[in-house]
Design a protein around this ligand. Structure first.
Ligand code: BDR
Ligand code: CA
Length: 323
């Protein structure tokens, strides 16, 4: 049974991922750690607490994390994707609980030290908290069971620049630092998350079967679906659907066989017009610069059995009683 700490910037698709982590019978969700990204960290932390209220799990601890990237200035939040409130401009009530006193990095380090080899860290926002946790305890990569990251892309174009995916773009220095360490890490990037698509009819089934949580997932996804629909319309499509970015990383923890991966020394470009670009060196040639040599291998997904991943997501959410 994967014990998971979920590092997140909720975020409409983060809420879908949290729902899956709560609903899957084989996942024990030990806590949420929050980070800036889809909104400022005060907002993503409030959202995490609110989501746990709505999903009937207010006892799960929430540790507030980084408000800014490690090195660079923070980019404006993508309110045109996730809404001003990060959750599609729905009605968000005052949460019933507050964050714990530990920071996200402190929580991750303590939990991994108390349960060595048992915890899977799943990061679905900028990697700032994970980098800060490594800085706090450089032995962390040897203490976790695995790290699963939603971010980057191996060969698909980016979603914020032609080269960069949003989570890596928002803190490329943190991402490059994380992959400089040797841990069993897998990247679930745009190559696969864009292939697994939640359609409006799927979200309607969730709304009609998953109680208050289902209604919340439907309500929050309206803004996100509208954003995707406007992009699809430019390509001549009338589809109403969205990519299952963050939940794909959670599905990977219980269904890794549905993903095809490559591996190699991994860099994330930190500066210039390629900032945020992922580069997994699958060739390992003797290059003229040593930037990839002596880096540990990281796995990155390049293929996915999308119908299987989607079925797993839908059946998990619709078979669970959230109330
Ligand atoms: C990633 O960026 C965020 O907007 C989403 O929540 C997801 O984690 C997709 O590029
Ligand atoms: Ca996210």
């Amino acid at each position: 049974m994967p014990k998971i700490i979920l590092d997140t910037d909720p975020g409409i698709d983060d809420a879908q991922a949290i729902a899956f982590a709560i609903a899957h019978p084989d996942i024990e969700l030990l806590g949420l750690t929050t980070v800036f990204g889809n909104a400022e960290v005060d907002i993503t932390t409030r959202n995490a607490l609110h989501i746990l209220d709505v999903f009937g799990q207010p006892q799960i601890p929430v540790a507030r994390g980084a408000s800014d990237p490690l090195t660079q200035a923070r980019y404006p939040a993508p309110d045109f994707v996730h809404g001003i409130d990060g959750l599609g401009n729905v009605d968000i009530k005052q949460p019933s609980t507050a964050p714990i006193s530990e920071s996200a990095a402190e929580f991750i380090v303590r939990m991994a030290s108390e349960q060595p080899g048992e915890i899977t860290l799943v990061a679905i926002g900028p990697l700032t908290n994970i980098a800060q946790a490594i800085n706090l305890d450089p032995t962390l990569p040897g203490k976790v069971k695995s790290l699963v990251v939603m971010g980057g892309s191996v060969s698909h174009p980016g979603n914020v620049t032609p080269l960069a995916e949003a989570n890596f773009f928002n803190d490329p220095h943190a991402a490059d630092l994380v992959f400089s360490h040797d841990w069993p890490a897998t990247i679930i990037g745009l190559d696969v998350t864009l292939q697994t698509v939640l359609r409006d009819q799927d979200l309607a089934i969730i709304r009609d079967t998953a109680g208050q949580a289902g209604q919340f997932l439907w309500d929050t996804s309206r803004f996100y679906i509208d954003f995707y629909a406007s992009r699809l319309a430019r390509l001549g499509s009338t589809d109403r659907s969205c990519a299952m970015h963050d939940a794909s990383a959670l599905v990977y923890t219980v269904l890794p066989e549905a993903f095809q991966v490559v591996s190699g020394p991994t860099r994330v470009i930190t500066d210039g017009i390629a900032a945020g670009q992922l580069s997994v060196d699958t060739q390992q040639e003797p290059y003229v610069i040593p930037a990839w040599s002596d880096r540990p291998h990281t796995s990155a997904a390049i293929g996915v059995a999308a119908p299987r991943v989607l079925d797993t997501f839908l059946s998990t959410i619709t078979n669970h009683s959230f109330d």
